[in-house]
Design a protein around this ligand. Sequence first.
Ligand SMILES: [Zn+2]
Length: 345
Amino acid sequence: MALHLRGTVLPDGVVRDLWTLGDRITFQRPAAPAATVADGGFLLPGLVDVHTHPGAAGDSLVFDPDVFAEQIAAHRDAGTTALRFPGLLGEVPAALRDAPDSPRMITAGRWLAWAGLSKSAGFHTVTDDLVALAVAEAKAHDGWCKLLGDWDFEAAPVPCELLRAVVDGVHAAGGRVAAHCQSAEGVLGAARAGVDSIEHGMGMPEESVGLMAAHGTSYVPTLTAFARSAPRIKDNARGRLWHEGHRTMIRRVREAYDAGVTVLAGTDSAPFGNVATEVEHLIAAGLPPETAVGAASWTARTFLGLPTLTEGALADITVYDADPRLEPGTLRHPRRIVLRGRIVR
Ligand SMILES: [Zn+2]
């Protein structure tokens, strides 16, 4: 049976009636009877986490399909109906990709590390031919590849010319490039190369902000993960550099927004289904609350090529009692979750 929902539709802020027709929505009352499942409150295009890595228990480097299923279910049950995975330890099981209760998934393949970086981690795929592998990963997945612009924040990053060649190659293949950056030089190189998203951006130099705006590079600071790490950083010279980089990235969130950069919500850490926390960090960093909510909903969906709540759009809807633009904490308590036209809650 079709579902009927009525409430204030965001981001427009207009009270409307909408119905589901299969996995789509319509604002035209269907001929067939419909069950009213929400009357009042605020209707959002389903939440989005654009930086999450489900599929491994704890610190394991082995992809476990059962763990993956559990972790995407945790996202879904929190109202996160679309996910981008900038690096996964394995391939999304085919049965889960289009399962009626699975969030939408945008994959980017593995974490690609250029062999010239001074260090890499066990979960990285190290390669001499970053361009070829990046193009292959973007083609084999959902149009995205994920690479390291740097790794050790005290060591040299990937040369900008190489990153530029990757960007040119991936763009020519119709794909997009997400770059992990956690050093000032790494961020600057990625910004100069015109990658599509900078992930983390620790130590981001001021000069990067204008370059990102000019190139249309989005910023995914993953503040939740850094806030979790901060208390564990040692109080030594390296640790002080880390904290300085952390303070800088927080400052750049607002500066990036002011410059016209799209800032997006990604958690990069457990617990899964925690994008509401990232919204709160973005607000604390100075984003207007409406922008921060959009960073985990309508803006993020547009970034991923998914529709918002428009005629004929995908029926992914979360409903809240309070206006999340005024009370962002309400994002933790969806009253109703509809995914692919089906009721999750
Ligand atoms: Zn990550």
